[in-house]
Structure formats: structure tokens, C-alpha cells
Design a protein around this ligand. Structure first.
Ligand SMILES: [Zn+2]
Length: 413
């Protein structure tokens, strides 16, 4: 039996001809009769996949594809290192999705695949290394104003490093990418750097605690080119359902059950079961923020859709406070990006049982928000098709910067 095994495709940046270029790297093992087969001839098929709809389809979509025999990107001998072959496809475009198959005989029956990959824009999707580097750079460039603290690790062991900025005794908290395919680091880290440069005095009156990426393991998969939306952490738990705050209540958002382990909204086997959640709790306990803003939505972008916990639905004073925050945040967000203000804009009461806002409401009693898109802001909706541009991230950052400046003023001492 002839076989090519374990085909993986990743979108990476390489230096070629003296400059950085984005490419797709294929890795696979070649076997023959159950043993590694050295020096075999390899054929690589590729097709550009334009019909895939981000956010809806999953693996099944790609599994059903068949290779087009006329798109051969490689036909020849590849070097084998141990049992591994590697092929780099430099002829790719940022933003496009490709599907690869590998075989050893032309039109033969030994094709392995498909391996789908989306070539992601590195200005829109940052690698974990880059996020860490930028977090450490804040401390290096502003040593008197920034302290870093590792608050935990992800399932795969990535360090979760939080930054305390400015006043450590009186602060607000911002966290990013609790859901892998959503927003956070690309908005928050440049924003904090700007605030340190331009609003130093304000930060001394009200500081910030920042954790730019929470679901770092699975976000890395998206940066590497997983073409579909990923929500859960590496062991399939929705971190925004896992907190020990009304966890026992089953949530049915998106017509999915949070008690179903197959659901992308799975709450986990027991409250606080996930290391990322315990890291967040540690951060929140040591930071004791006055308010919390958790960045969500899609593809590195979010807007001024501020939503609060369903558990607070009968708590009128809490909701009145949340509405006030939302109006202030939204007005400044919209002024900053030149969008029309919304009158009497109320906080949506939609955050689930076991979510971070529910936890902050129950345990700390502070205004706590997930930040989502607002339906009327067409300008940001390209992210729904996985087509976020650096310009869109810039717009979002400008809006959130002014929104957060107003929050720093509101909670200043
Ligand atoms: Zn989310």
C-alpha cells in the first residue's frame, strides 16, 4: 500500500530575495509499504478556493473538495529530512484561501488532502511571539509606567503576560481574544502605547490592566491559516462560558447548548476548569478593576456594541450605570471614527452564564462588558468575510482609544 501521510499547510512569512514574503509551507511524511519512502516523486495539486464562506462552513466543506488535476504547482523530487518532506509555495496572495493535495503519481489514486489554508495579513493577525514582543517592548520603553506580570499559562503552556499601565491602585481592565477568531491584541497594544505617549498624566489618575490575548493557543492556529472561525480553546471549551458565575445555568445562545461538549459554546466539564480562565481570575483579583472591557467580534475587529451579563437583567442600578458607560463610550468611539452618534444607546443584556462579564458582575459588581460590532457600522463589516484590512484595524483602534480615554476620565481619582 502506497501512502502519503499527515499533510499540513501553514501560512508563514519567510525572507526571500532579501525581503520578507508571505508563503504557504506544506509538510508531509512519505511512506511506502508502511515504511518511510525516500526520494519518491511528488506531485502537489492546488486550487484557489473562493466559494468558502467564513464563519459558517467548517471542515466538511473542504473534505468534500476534489483536486483539479490541471493545477499542479509541483511535480518532481523533494528532499526528505528523516521521513518529512517540505514544500514552500511562494506564489500565493494575502487574503486568499488555497487547498492542497499531495500525491506520488499523476492522476493516481494516492492523493492525500485536502489541506486548506488562508494566507492571513500579518498586519491584521499577529503571531503570539509578536504579541509578547510588543508587550515586553511597552515595559522596556516605559519602565516607570509599565509592569508586567505572568498571570498563568494556556493549555499548550504559552505564558499569559498582563501589563499594568499607570496607576496600579485605581484602574480599568481590558482583555482581548477570549475567543480565538476575534479581536484584541492588534487594537489594544498600539492603543496603550499611544496613551502612554499622549495621555501620561491621565494614566497616573486611572491606570489600566491589559491582557491582550487570552485564547492564545487557538488564535495562533488562525494566524497560521486555519480558514474557519475558531472560538474555543485547545481542548474545546468556550472560555466565555467557563467562569464560576451561574455556570450551572445552561445557555442556548446561537441555538447551541453550552452543556454539549460538541458545541463551540461548550462551558467545560466544571467551573474554572480551564487554565486561561484561572489566569483571568487571578488578574482580576489582583487588579480589582473599576470596569472591564473584553474585546470580541471577528477577525481582529470590534466596535462599540457594549453588552452586559444576562444575570444583571433585574438589577436596575447596575443597568443604569452600564447604560451611562455605553453612551459615553459609544459617543466618543463614533466621534473618533466620524460615524453618526446613537441616541439613548442601551447596553445589550446578552452575556451568558459563565462569561467573564457575568463573573465580574457577580464577584466584583463592576460594569463589565463584552465589546461587539454595532450593526449600523457597515465600514467594519468586511471582517465578516475574513477580509479585515490594516486600515479597518486602525479605524477601530482610533474609536476605542477615545472611548477608553473617556473611561479613564470617568474613573480617575
Ligand atoms: Zn466572542
Amino acid at each position: 500500500m502506497k501512502k502519503v501521510l499527515k499533510l499540513n499547510a501553514r501560512s508563514v512569512v519567510e525572507v526571500k530575495d532579501g525581503g520578507e514574503c508571505q508563503c504557504v509551507k506544506l509538510n508531509f511524511q512519505v511512506y511506502k509499504d508502511g515504511k518511510p519512502n525516500f526520494g519518491s516523486k511528488v506531485i502537489i495539486y492546488r486550487r484557489e478556493e473562493t466559494g468558502y464562506v467564513f464563519d459558517y462552513d467548517e471542515w466538511e466543506y473542504f473534505d468534500c473538495l476534489l483536486p483539479r488535476e490541471d493545477e499542479i504547482v509541483f511535480d518532481g523530487e523533494l528532499e526528505i529530512d528523516n521521513t518529512f518532506c517540505e514544500y514552500t509555495d511562494y506564489d500565493v496572495e494575502v487574503g486568499k484561501t488555497y487547498v492542497y493535495w499531495v500525491g506520488r503519481e499523476r492522476f493516481g489514486e494516492y492523493l492525500t488532502g485536502p489541506a486548506p489554508v488562508t494566507v492571513r495579513d500579518r498586519r491584521v493577525w499577529w503571531h503570539f511571539d509578536e504579541i509578547l514582543e510588543k508587550t515586553y517592548a511597552l515595559q522596556k520603553d516605559f519602565p516607570n509606567d509599565v509592569t508586567l506580570e505572568q498571570v498563568g499559562n494556556t493549555v499548550y503552556g504559552k505564558p499569559l503576560v498582563a501589563a499594568y499601565v499607570g496607576n496600579r491602585k485605581n484602574l480599568i481592565a481590558c482583555v482581548g481574544a477570549v475567543h480565538a477568531g476575534e479581536s484584541g491584541p492588534e487594537i489594544l497594544l498600539p492603543l496603550v502605547r499611544e496613551l502612554l505617549t499622549e495621555h501620561h498624566e491621565l494614566l497616573e489618575r486611572c491606570g489600566m490592566a491589559i491582557l491582550p490575548v487570552v485564547n492564545a493557543d487557538m488564535r495562533e492556529k488562525m494566524v497560521d491559516g486555519a480558514p474557519w472561525y475558531i472560538r474555543t480553546n485547545a481542548v474545546g471549551v468556550d472560555l466565555n462560558r467557563n467562569f464560576d458565575a451561574d455556570w450551572e445555568l445552561i445557555d442556548y445562545s446561537y441555538n447551541l447548548s453550552s452543556a454539549d461538549y460538541r458545541s463551540p459554546t461548550y462551558r467545560g466539564p466544571y467551573p474554572n476548569s480551564e487554565p486561561e480562565v484561572r489566569a483571568l481570575i487571578k488578574l482580576m483579583e489582583s487588579a480589582a478593576p473599576r470596569a472591564l472591557f473584553s474585546f470580541h467580534f471577528l477577525c481582529s475587529i470590534t466596535a462599540d456594541g457594549l453588552i452586559v451579563s444576562k444575570s444583571a437583567k433585574d438589577d436596575a442600578p447596575y443597568l443604569a450605570d452600564a447604560d451611562e458607560v455605553k453612551q459615553i463610550y459609544s459617543d466618543s468611539f463614533r466621534d473618533a471614527i466620524g460615524a453618526q452618534r446613537r441616541e439613548n444607546y442601551k447596553a445589550g443584556i446578552v452575556c451568558s452564564a459563565g462569561s467573564l462579564p457575568t463573573y465580574m458582575y457577580r464577584k466584583h459588581g463592576i460594569p463589565a462588558f463584552d465589546l461587539e460590532i454595532s450593526g449600523d457600522l457597515d465600514m467594519l463589516m468586511d471582517c465578516k468575510r475574513d477580509q479585515t484590512t490594516p486600515e479597518m484595524v486602525d479605524i477601530a483602534r482610533r474609536g476605542h482609544k477615545d472611548g477608553l480615554i473617556k473611561m479613564l476620565e470617568r474613573y480617575s481619582v
